[in-house]
Ligand binder design. Structure first.
Ligand SMILES: Nc1ncnc2c1ncn2[C@@H]1O[C@H](COP(=O)(O)OP(=O)(O)OP(=O)(O)O)[C@@H](O)[C@H]1O
Length: 468
């Protein structure tokens, strides 16, 4: 179908040019490659491609500047941006300047080809160029190089021109509010209010007045008229956190407001019209709550237009070192002093933990360390005791070499002033080996002894000693 289509690839990395050229040619597409955007721009004087795939960081004109130029001179030409240094800003900037797609590296070659084909067939009906939004406020930084976070950035970028309702899912402390703020800041409502409200934090009987306001005398204690959050958020965004905790009556009212765009203050008789974008968030499984009858299905469908899932921190461990460095800088600037630095083994240990409280727990830990640790460099022994107690060996399967973790464990024990540490470690080691061997042989001792390299009697004796 696009046999005659030509794709131009610009990347200062020769191996990427080569890989893309090959993949495009296998897909039956012609390509030309350029090592810089300036070379591509020169070539543009006497030829024209059907699509462009461009890196962002390159010597000379960078990918975003190229994108801007192309979107002025060739508004219909689809441009796919790829980058190894992806962050929220470049994702948003790419989409705002009209990129067809934004792909963080390393990318999947088949995906690039599929997207290029899609770009070619969409070329004629490309999205109108939305006026690029000037954002005067810098972004509260969202750190995330993990693939799952890159998905989140892409979603924010893609939604940057819309006012659509978004439902954010993710465990507590994963950064749902931060993402909601970013959605607002990159929306057409950026200059208008962003109002955040946590349903779980408001007493049930005050919820309606909090959301919709009340008239003077509407109930005992209502001494004056009060605007609700909906009115405060007019023309802007209302972020409803922990929406799953909203009581049934309030759900019904909210649904009506979303359908009609108007409501009454508690005790009021004049309808109030508002224009509010809703972003809702929850850590709960709303489908399940709907199935159990705890959440209105019609409200769920109204909120669940676009869904963004934020992964738990343990699903993006690669981001932990950067997040911690960021929180140390932040804590240092709030509390004074130099930003703390983690020794490599401390960093490895912290990266291997589960972090049930997600990014919030990580941030609190950094603050704790900033206050409590005396030196600038952070040793294992400087960590909050409740973290130190967790065995890094437990994470050996997914993180690094167990010997390294064992070394760290031992060091940590000594730092904490423990003695005779082999007394606990050796039996624990033997027990683990025996358990695994027995598991492997479905409980057959003779075979397990063989696997371990012991005689059968030794195994029996050890098991008795270890009380197994
Ligand atoms: N990717 C990130 N980069 C930098 N800071 C982050 C990131 N994610 C979360 N944070 C910080 O962690 C803290 C918790 O984030 P946030 O309040 O957005 O979480 P939440 O999911 O809304 O939590 P809850 O559901 O408990 O309200 C905030 O201080 C936020 O700034």
């Amino acid at each position: 179908m696009h046999k005659s289509a030509t794709v131009w690839v610009v990347d200062d990395d020769q191996s990427i040019r080569w890989v893309l050229e090959r993949a495009l040619s296998q897909a039956g597409l012609d390509s030309e490659t350029f090592s810089s955007a300036d070379k591509l721009l020169r070539r543009l004087r006497d030829a024209q491609p059907d699509a462009v795939i461009s890196d962002i960081r390159m010597p000379g004109t960078d990918g975003l500047a190229l994108l801007e130029k192309l979107s002025q001179s060739h508004p219909k030409l689809p441009v796919i941006i790829t980058t190894a240094h992806s962050d929220l800003d470049s994702a948003v900037a790419s989409y705002q300047q009209g990129a067809f797609e934004y792909l963080p590296k390393p990318f999947d070659i088949d995906e690039v080809v599929a997207i290029t084909e899609r770009a070619l067939s969409h070329a004629r009906e490309q999205l109108p160029d939305g006026e690029a939004q000037t954002l005067d406020e810098p972004d509260a930084e969202i750190i995330g190089e993990a693939p799952a976070m890159q998905e989140v950035f892409r979603a924010i970028g893609r939604l940057a021109h819309s006012n659509i309702t978004v439902l954010i899912n993710g465990e507590s402390g994963t950064g749902k509010e931060l993402v909601a703020r970013a959605l607002h800041r990159h929306s057409p409502r950026a200059g208008n209010p962003f109002i955040a409200l946590n349903m779980a934090a408001i007493p049930r009987d005050l919820m309606e007045s909090e959301l919709f306001g009340h008239e003077k005398g509407a109930f005992t204690g209502a001494n004056s008229r009060r605007e609700g959050r909906f009115e405060q958020a007019n023309t802007g965004t209302l972020f409803l956190d922990e929406i799953g905790d909203m009581p049934a009556e309030t759900q019904t009212r909210l649904l009506r407001v979303l359908a009609d765009g108007e409501f009454y203050r508690v005790g009021g008789h004049t309808p109030i019209r508002v224009d509010v974008r809703i972003i809702a968030a929850t850590h709960q499984d709303l489908e399940e709550r709907v199935a159990r009858g705890d959440f209105r299905e019609d409200l769920f469908h109204r909120l669940n237009v676009i869904r963004i899932h934020i992964p738990r921190l343990s699903e993006r461990r690669e981001d932990i070192p950067r997040l911690m460095a960021f929180f140390f800088r932040k804590a240092a600037s709030e509390l004074g002093g130099d930003a703390k630095v983690l020794l490599p083994e401390t960093e490895r240990f912290l990266t291997s933990l589960e972090w049930p409280g997600n990014v919030r727990q990580l941030e609190n830990t950094c603050r704790w360390i900033t206050v409590m640790a005396s030196g600038r460099e952070i040793h294992l022994g400087d960590l909050p005791p409740e973290l130190g107690k967790r065995s890094p060996v437990a994470a050996a399967g997914e993180q690094g070499d167990w010997r390294e973790l064992l070394t760290e464990w031992a060091r940590n024990e000594l730092i904490q002033g423990k003695q005779h540490i082999l007394r606990g470690a050796v039996p624990a080691f033997e027990r683990a080996m025996i358990e695994v061997a027995l598991e492997h042989t479905q409980g057959r001792k003779r075979d397990a002894a063989e696997l371990l390299g012991w005689g059968r009697n030794t195994l029996t004796r050890k098991m008795k000693e270890l009380d197994m």
